[in-house]
Design a protein. Sequence first.
Length: 214
Amino acid sequence: MKLIGIGVGPGDFELLTLKAVKEIEGAAYIFIPESKGKSIAYEIAKPILKNRQNIVFLDIPMGCSRDVYRSCAQRIMEVSRDKTSVFLTLGDPNVYSTFTYTAEEIKKMGGEAYTISGIPSFIAASSAIGVPLLKKGEKMIVCDSVEGLSLENIDTVVVLKTVDKEKILDFFEERGFKYFYIRRCTQKDELILTNRQEILMDTDYLSMIVARRR
């Protein structure tokens, strides 16, 4: 069987690529990861998923173990058999994605796994804040934590997990970086903040911090 990991982008349905839409519409099965009965990837792609009878939801909790991915891969193999199916994921399937681990298990079981790129949230965030991520000769880091991070010769930092906001903001302030907090980029409830106290008060998981050297 063949499984295609499709990035549905950061939130705006119109940011899905034409190729992504084509593969979704032609797939034998559409596998969608969910956590606590909710799936943002599903909500994004909903306009082309209406009345589809071939959708299979996979329960993949945040921070789950390898056993969960192995179990999901097994189910995908059993359901899809020798057909080509798709796996929808938020953003891009090669950036902090559940598809990465699922695909590794699929390959171990003899299946094939490929990806179709989607627009990553931090790329969309650059447009949202109106600030380029990189100029000629500059360097950038994309990470999920500032722990042990060295910013020598680094001009831009994107932190995709903002649980410890105070620590992250202190880190950038001490090094003279200007930061932007972007919540649910391109979605209806998108929010952009630059005020420290306002950032610390927001608790949305789907948020990131983009920092630029002044």
